[in-house]
Structure formats: structure tokens, C-alpha cells
Design a protein around this ligand. Structure first.
Ligand SMILES: Cc1cc2nc3c(=O)[nH]c(=O)nc-3n(C[C@H](O)[C@H](O)[C@H](O)COP(=O)(O)OP(=O)(O)OC[C@H]3O[C@@H](n4cnc5c(N)ncnc54)[C@H](O)[C@@H]3O)c2cc1C
Ligand SMILES: NC(=O)c1ccc[n+]([C@@H]2O[C@H](COP(=O)([O-])OP(=O)(O)OC[C@H]3O[C@@H](n4cnc5c(N)ncnc54)[C@H](O)[C@@H]3O)[C@@H](O)[C@H]2O)c1
Length: 472
């Protein structure tokens, strides 16, 4: 048994743990990073990266079925499903060195590839090493939630941890859950030639603005994805290749089943009771400072902290706790400026308040401005005019934005910066942007905020007429 004393011991080398380790080690702290599985965690190995790689292949296949109106003859793509998975694996392998043990050891981090478990409030064991640290960071992430549906134990099913390994194309993929995982996987598989049925217990994309989410669902249905909402699953049954899902309103049959009904924070096997770290079904109990309420030397970041579960949130958490752990400065995580996007095509992105939330918070002071892609020259030139930007503004500043359209996840960035920094709409309206770009929709929406008061204003008209007489 060997022993290490360090400043910071991090459990989990996913998006959150890696960000803390890189920052802390490069700023001089003695850091130990413990990972029981693959370096890179969920995002690299079974989340963001494989899902986006598969969606990219799906987009390519879909493009081949379009283009008649531009003079390009559509064709039925010949899809080699196993080769698509090779592309997914290559995408992971290309990014993997950035998250690798070697790279982190290069930063001076001691990396231990074992399962970590606390043995006391300030010490843990990982394999045959004990680690005592001033601060511990729980970055243990989450796993797919498998609900206790009748028959689930006997029925073969996939999750995000197994679906990317499938090399044979499913004939008919049944997906339980119409959240971002369910719908991204639905579109990827549909465009790659599978029949797809999504079975959603409530409203699909229920965390997003209902108006623009509803438009996206209509487009996905037009692509041939069957999406059943308000269909709570009561029983699953069958064997590989012949699966049946029963709901209160009807039954569905397919060849494969994907469970995508949310996430469960990983808190088990960590000895949290021994470490006096309070936790519950929603994760480690932390305040806005991301510190355990019951053991102040323990922090939690990323999915383990139980809030918004995104890679960029895990990275943001890392910055918040580094400030507090390394410099002893007060530091709190906020959520109002956190964007997210569902990377279907078109995509759906959100930052700040949705229209309904903004209406509830700001009442009549709220102005909702819409700018449509069918008025954006680039979108017209590309024949991709679906979708719009909905901007929620109060007293000349943005409080929320929702975008439905191609590249929505990139376009929302402007509003994430504006909301985080309290930027006035006049700054965005006054910006000079390259023409023709989809990004001009952001400037257009900000301009629309002022246009009614400038263009439909009798006082302005009278003033302009008067001044014109005197301007040489
Ligand atoms: C299909 C899918 C698609 C997604 N797409 C996106 C996206 O497009 N954009 C986005 O922002 N987010 C996306 N996410 C969410 C994103 O993947 C997560 O929010 C992010 O990975 C969380 O990072 P983390 O560091 O908190 O946890 P993880 O990445 O889960 O890392 C936790 C690590 O801790 C390790 N660990 C746990 N317990 C122990 C222990 N006792 N000892 C040692 N090691 C331990 C685990 O092995 C794991 O490697 C997606 C998720 C899924 C499932
Ligand atoms: N693009 C992205 O950033 C991205 C992509 C995928 C995942 N993620 C992250 O992963 C998290 C998990 O995604 P998710 O889609 O699994 O979860 P989710 O919680 O967002 O959606 C799950 C859906 O399943 C439904 N559901 C739950 N139980 C059900 C049942 N018994 N029968 C039918 N429907 C049921 C819920 O009503 C909900 O709509 C997301 O919240 C997000 O944080 C992000």
C-alpha cells in the first residue's frame, strides 16, 4: 500500500474532473486524479462526441436525399452502418489524446486508474494507494437512469453507454424518452435508414420553449420519426429483435429499445457516509459555492452537483471552485446565463428565460421579439429558412433567447455572452456583422426591439422633417 499527500484529489476524469485537474496543476497545486474507467468520461466516450459524430453522418446521408430545387438530383444513400460507427470511433480517438493520462501527467498530475472510495472525511483509497488531501472534488458524473418499468429486467435494452457499439443497423428503434438524448438519437437513426418510434411520457423536449420545440417536433415527424407524447410506458417485453413497449394509450413493436429517460447521479460506492458527505437522489448536497454542506473539504462539479447536466457546465464549475480552492476567494455558480442546445437538424438552443418564464417574472415589462430565418438572406440562399429567433427583452436588455434553426447551438453564443455580461440590445443592434450570415438574425432581433419606437413614432417623424429644413 502506498500513500500520497496532496492539495487536491479529484475523483472522476470526465469533463468536470479534467478541467479542475488541468487548471489546479498548472497553477501549482499538487493534484491527484482518480479514474476507474475511460479518461474523458461520458462526454468523450458515450455522450456528446459519439452522438454528434453520428448526427454528422446522418446529416450527410439526409443531404443526399435533397437538392432537387437547386438542380441536384436526390438519391437514396447507400449506408454502411458499421462504417458510420467507425467514423464515430475515429472521432473519439482523435479527441482522446486531449483527455489522456499522458497529457495530464505532463501537467504534473498524478493519475490513478482505480475506483476511489473514502475511508475517512479526509482520506480515500484507490486500489493499493491511499490519498490524503486538503480538498476533494467529486466529479463522478451520472449514468443512464433505468426506470423500474414492468418487464425491464427480462427485456434487452440499449442506453447511451451501449448504443454506439451497435454495428448492425436496427430495423426499428424504439426510444423511451423524448428529451435531448432521445431526439438526437431518433434523428440520427432515422436519417441512417432505421424506422424510429419515440415514446414520451409527457411533452417531448419538455424543458424547452413549447412553441419552438413544437415546430421542431413537427419537422422531425415530417422526416418520418413517430413521436408519441403523453404515452407513459407501463410494460416492456420481448427478446433481441422483437421488442414490445406498452403504454396507457397503446403498444409499439420494434427490433431494438433505447432507454433515454434522464440521468442518475453516481454517488454509490464512494463511501460518502464515511466521509460525512450529504447526498440525495439529485446528487451531492452542495450550495452555490459547490461545496458539501456537511464536509467543507469536499466539492462537487458537473453532473455530480445535480443541476444542469452539460459539459460546458462541468467546465464552468471547475472555474468556480478553482477560484475558491486555490485562492481562497468567494465564488458562486450561477445558472441564469447557461445556454444549452439540442443538436438535431435544425437545432434548438436556449439561454436565459423562455417566453413563459420571462412573462411570469417580468409581466408587462417583457417584450418578445421574433426574427425569422425566412427573412435572413443567407438562409434563403441556402434554402434553409425554417425556424426563428425569439428574444425576450426587458428595459433594453436581453433576459432570454430561444433559437430554432440550423446551427442554433452556435448562434445562441451571442446571447449567452450578452446575458452573462448584461450587454444592452443597442450594442448588438449597432454591431457590424458579415453579410450574408445566419448570425445577422441576432442583430435583426435586437434592431427589431427599437424599430417600433423609431419607425412608427410620430414624434421622430416630426423631428426629422423639422431638422431636414436646416440640414445643408
Ligand atoms: C448521449 C449524450 C449526449 C450528450 N450530449 C451533450 C452535448 O452535446 N453537450 C453537452 O454539453 N453535454 C452533453 N451531454 C452531457 C455531458 O456528457 C455531461 O454533462 C458531462 O459528461 C458531465 O461531465 P462530468 O465530468 O460531470 O461527468 P462524467 O463525464 O460522467 O465523468 C465522471 C467520471 O467519473 C468516473 N467515476 C465515477 N465514480 C468513480 C469512482 N468512485 N472512482 C473513480 N472514478 C469514478 C467515471 O468513470 C467517469 O469517467 C450528453 C450526455 C449524453 C449521455
Ligand atoms: N445536446 C445536449 O446538450 C445534450 C444531449 C443529450 C443529453 N444531454 C444531457 O443529458 C441529460 C439527459 O438527457 P435525457 O434525454 O435522457 O433526459 P431528459 O430528462 O431531458 O428527458 C427524458 C424524457 O423522458 C421522459 N420519460 C421519463 N420517464 C418516462 C417513461 N417511463 N416513459 C416515457 N417517457 C418517460 C421524460 O418525460 C423526459 O421528457 C439532459 O438533460 C442533458 O443535460 C445534453
Amino acid at each position: 500500500m502506498s500513500h500520497i499527500d496532496c492539495d487536491t484529489c479529484i475523483i472522476g476524469a470526465g469533463s468536470g474532473g479534467l478541467s479542475v485537474a488541468a487548471g489546479a496543476a498548472q497553477m501549482g497545486a499538487r493534484v491527484v486524479l482518480i479514474e476507474k474507467g475511460e479518461m474523458g468520461g461520458d462526454c468523450l466516450n458515450s455522450g456528446c462526441v459519439p452522438s454528434k459524430a453520428m448526427l454528422a453522418a446522418a446529416k450527410q446521408a439526409h443531404a443526399m436525399t435533397k437538392g432537387a430545387e437547386m438542380g441536384i438530383t436526390p438519391t437514396v444513400p447507400d449506408i454502411d452502418f458499421a462504417a458510420v460507427k467507425d467514423h464515430v470511433a475515429r472521432s473519439i480517438a482523435t479527441i482522446a489524446p486531449v483527455d489522456s493520462q499522458e497529457r495530464y501527467e505532463g501537467f504534473g498530475v498524478t493519475v490513478i486508474r482505480e475506483h476511489a472510495c473514502f475511508t475517512s472525511p479526509d482520506e480515500l483509497r484507490a486500489g493499493d494507494t491511499t490519498v490524503k488531501a486538503r480538498r476533494f472534488v467529486l466529479a463522478t458524473g451520472s449514468r443512464p437512469l433505468v426506470p423500474p418499468i414492468d418487464g425491464i429486467e427480462e427485456t434487452p435494452f440499449l442506453t447511451n453507454e451501449t448504443i454506439f457499439d451497435l454495428r448492425e443497423k436496427p430495423d426499428h428503434l424504439l426510444i423511451i424518452g423524448g428529451g435531448p438524448i432521445g431526439l438526437e438519437m431518433a434523428q440520427a437513426h432515422r436519417r441512417l435508414g432505421c424506422e424510429v418510434t419515440v415514446i414520451e411520457g409527457a411533452r417531448a423536449l419538455g424543458k424547452d420553449d413549447p412553441e419552438l420545440a413544437g415546430q421542431l417536433l413537427s419537422m422531425l415527424r415530417e422526416e418520418g420519426i413517430r413521436i408519441e407524447e403523453q404515452a407513459k410506458v407501463t410494460r416492456v417485453s420481448g427478446k433481441a429483435g422483437a421488442i414490445r413497449v406498452e403504454t396507457e394509450t397503446g403498444a409499439f413493436e420494434g427490433t431494438h429499445l433505447l432507454i433515454a429517460v434522464g440521468r442518475e447521479v453516481v454517488t454509490d460506492g464512494l463511501g460518502l457516509e464515511v466521509a460525512h458527505v450529504k447526498h440525495g437522489p439529485k446528487g451531492i448536497a452542495v450550495g452555490a459555492d459547490l461545496r458539501s454542506e456537511t464536509n467543507r473539504r469536499v466539492y462537487a462539479v458537473g453532473d455530480a452537483a445535480g443541476g444542469l447536466m452539460f459539459t460546458h457546465v462541468a467546465g464552468y464549475h471547475a472555474g468556480v471552485i478553482i477560484r475558491s480552492m486555490l485562492f481562497g476567494l468567494p465564488s458562486k455558480a450561477k445558472t441564469a446565463h447557461i445556454p444549452w442546445a439540442t443538436y438535431t437538424d435544425p437545432g434548438l438552443a436556449q439561454v436565459g428565460l423562455t417566453e413563459a418564464e420571462a412573462r411570469e417574472r417580468h409581466g408587462d415589462a417583457l417584450k418578445v421579439i421574433r426574427a425569422r430565418f425566412d427573412e435572413n438572406d443567407r438562409a434563403i440562399a441556402e434554402g434553409r429558412t425554417e425556424g426563428m429567433l425569439k428574444l425576450m427583452a426587458v428595459k433594453g436588455r436581453p433576459v432570454g433567447a430561444t433559437i430554432l434553426g440550423p446551427e442554433a447551438g452556435d448562434l445562441i453564443g451571442v446571447w449567452a455572452i450578452a446575458i452573462a455580461s448584461g450587454t444592452k440590445l443597442s450594442k448588438i443592434a449597432g454591431a457590424v456583422l458579415p453579410y450574408p450570415s445566419r448570425g445577422e438574425i441576432n442583430k435583426r432581433a435586437a434592431g427589431n426591439y427599437f424599430s417600433a419606437s423609431l419607425f412608427d413614432n410620430e414624434w421622430v417623424k416630426t423631428a426629422v422633417r423639422a431638422v431636414q429644413r436646416w440640414v445643408p
